[in-house]
Design a protein around this ligand. Structure first.
Ligand SMILES: *Cc1c(COP(=O)(O)O)cnc(C)c1O
Length: 377
């Protein structure tokens, strides 16, 4: 079955107990047992819940993994995945990693003995040069946030494999509809499901998906032991949001291409970062590993005054943290997603005070363009 069909008719499509087309919210913390000798499939809802299981199976299927695990946020998924490592281990991480991942790596896992080298992951040789004897994994985000830099996933995974390392990819911006890192040789995919997977700006959730069963087993142990699971109501909402993933991604991406072309032609816009533009330095690599450029773009304005005017003046895009909703969202990385970085760390990564990130929703692109034009054209 093709992707769109699997979104609708995956293994989770019908409730096995009743035939309900909408899988019920199993709002329960525990399950009555019949036998002292053998417990049923479900015993306690941290360890397993049918609504969560349906969502986890759906995500595993879409990413092509052996198992997926649902967490209470993208950060819970990322942090739980990082628990695969031990004090003394070292990771090579792309330098413009999501701000929250940067924070947890440097402020929490650092304290706990996990060390990190941040590298420009567009340069495979820089990535390989950062590998040490105690390195255990390469951690990537492509397109990266907020500069939409592209890493060659196959190349990075090949380097990792030749050094016996795992490759972890945060696939939030692309979703499995547009990019499937496990098919390209990676071991674990992580998601903030809060964004495009749920897509309706009404749930905070996250996922980790393992390619092989042994790694899945370890992640499953961590999910149950650490306990940062997603509740059944949020699992249900995410299952519902997921059904329209293809149509939402297609429509938002089509609009993003139009908006990017418009911004690219604005004299007051210094630079547009979007892998769908032929001038983007990662355009060719991205086209070789993903099925489209996605619906998130960033751009640099000519002054801070104009940046402020845009953020406060645009009406059709919410000025907010987050992305990937049916509503367009305009955000300000320096004070939002990357506020956890010091100004020096931000400057080193090219995240300036005139950089704006725009996530395109489902509004008509002509309306979005007129709204933007009113402020910046
Ligand atoms: C939002 C985001 C996260 C964190 O997810 P939460 O659901 O907010 O915890 C991680 N990675 C990327 C790329 C994100 O955009």
């Amino acid at each position: 079955m093709k992707f769109a069909t699997r979104l609708i008719h995956g293994s989770h499509a019908v409730d096995p107990a009743t035939g309900a087309l909408s899988l019920p919210v199993y709002q329960t913390s525990t399950f009555a047992q019949k036998s002292v000798d053998r417990f049923g499939k479900y015993d306690y809802a941290r360890s397993g819940n049918p609504t969560r299981e349906a969502l986890e199976e759906a995500i595993a299927d879409l990413e092509g993994g052996s198992q997926a695990f649902a967490f209470g946020s993208g950060m819970a998924a990322i942090s739980s995945t990082l628990m695969l490592f031990a004090p003394g281990d070292h990771l090579v991480v792309c330098e413009d990693v999501y701000g929250g991942a940067f924070r947890v790596l440097t402020k929490l896992f650092g304290q706990w003995g996990l060390s990190v080298t941040f590298v420009d992951a567009t340069r495979l040789e820089a990535m390989e040069a950062a590998i040490r004897p105690e390195t255990k994994a390469i951690y990537l985000e492509t397109p990266s946030n907020p500069l939409l830099k592209i890493t060659d996933i196959r190349g990075a995974a090949a380097i990792a494999r030749s050094h016996g390392l795992l490759t972890l990819v945060d696939n939030t911006f692309m979703t499995p509809y547009l990019q499937r890192p496990l098919e390209l040789g990676c071991d674990i995919v992580m998601h903030s499901g809060t964004k495009f997977l749920n897509g309706h700006s009404d749930v905070v959730c996250g996922f980790a998906v393992a390619k092989d069963e042994q790694l899945a087993h370890r992640l499953g142990f961590i999910q149950n032991a650490f306990g940062a699971i997603l509740g059944p109501q949020d699992c249900w909402l995410t299952l519902r949001g997921l059904k329209t993933l293809k149509v939402r991604m297609e429509e938002s991406q089509r609009s993003a291409l139009k908006v990017a072309a418009f911004l690219d032609g604005c004299p007051k816009v210094k630079r547009v970062y979007y892998p769908g533009l032929s001038t983007h330095p990662g355009n060719a690599v991205h086209s070789g590993q993903a099925d489209g450029p996605g619906a998130v773009l960033s751009f640099e304005l000519e002054s801070f005054e104009l940046t402020k005017r845009l953020l406060e003046g645009v009406e059709l895009a919410a000025f907010a943290v987050s992305l990937g909703g049916v509503e367009s969202i305009l955000s300000y990385p320096a004070r939002m997603s990357h506020a956890a970085m010091s100004p020096a760390d931000r400057a080193e990564r090219g995240i300036s005070d005139t950089l704006v990130r725009l996530s395109i929703g489902l509004e008509d692109p002509d309306d979005l363009i007129s709204d933007l034009a009113r402020v910046i054209a």
